[in-house]
Design a binder for this molecule. Sequence first.
Ligand code: FAD
Length: 337
Amino acid sequence: MRPFAYERTNDLVQAAHAGFQTGAGQTDADTQFLAGGTTLIDLMKLDVLTPRRVVDLNPLTAQHSAIEVTASGLRLGAMARMSAVADTPDVARDYPVIAQSLDLAASAQIRNMASLGGNVLQRTRCPYYRDPSWTACNKRHPGSGCSALEGVNVNHAVLGTDKSCISQYPGDFAVALVALGAQVELLGPDGPRVIAFDTLHRGPEGKPHIETTLKPGELITAFQVPAGAWTRRSLYLKIRNRQSYEFAISSAAVALDLDGGVVRAARIGLGGMAYRPWRSKEAEAVLTGKPLTEANAEAAARAALAGAVTHGGNAYKPELARRTLVRALLQTAAMEA
Ligand SMILES: Cc1cc2nc3c(=O)[nH]c(=O)nc-3n(C[C@H](O)[C@H](O)[C@H](O)COP(=O)(O)OP(=O)(O)OC[C@H]3O[C@@H](n4cnc5c(N)ncnc54)[C@H](O)[C@@H]3O)c2cc1C
């Protein structure tokens, strides 16, 4: 780990200004914020992130970790710990997909440390990104190439990639947020703003070192999930290589509003498959107005993966994603809501 300056702040505006002097992208940013540290410290030890300054947000925890369930929706402070949200009975009852996406992630110890803001900004687990001895990684070194294209890409993305980067977004919570049409509250040196969660993470667009649309110094302060007739009948299905303490190789966040057996509205997110948290409006459109039969679920799953591009090792992924989604849809339809 390289030397860095450490600061603590209990003033959000000061924190935003402290983060202002950053590099061009998130990976080479001069200043990083410290929340739980479970991504940041790992990557600093690996020499992947090399900030000159670390601004500790933990003095802000009390002010920015509220968990509020109201008639208009769910609002979650960015410093709330993953376990605190997953264990809140109102969240588990009214937004099961949110609670499950958090509860099925990482380990109990990590969930107790890790914040929601840090969670959505966690970095890819691509081995070529996490190991600086690989010289070709456009996410670490813009313009150096992508080792995964011809390398070991068994768990790389099949949706939303380009030739500059095929790494996969690894988080679970973000998949639930994108499915439910969440919004993110931000505070930066220019003041507050609210954006659609779907616009927080960028596609690679030839510049995968720029991972989000956050402006320099901008902090996530909260997440808003709008209330909807579908949120109670929702679930997160996570498929992984072992049952616990493992990232998804495929996942689906599904929420359904049913009239009898007929789909009034569907909200669908896919994880373990895409470059960024992925919502499939194509699959949602296939289901809307139709009975939720196995055949219709399969048609929706085919639509969700129609644009998949594989690179050898990950050729199994589209079929796995289709099966994950079909199972998630049928299980969600069978829920009592
Ligand atoms: C062994 C292991 C297994 C894991 N398994 C899973 C899993 O199965 N599923 C899953 O989803 N995750 C998993 N994770 C990832 C884990 O959930 C994240 O590391 C964690 O959520 C990050 O939160 P944090 O508060 O520790 O972030 P930090 O490490 O403190 O910060 C991460 C990044 O976010 C930035 N940041 C933090 N807070 C803010 C804010 N409010 N505004 C702006 N920027 C901010 C920091 O600058 C930094 O770049 C795993 C991690 C480990 C180490």
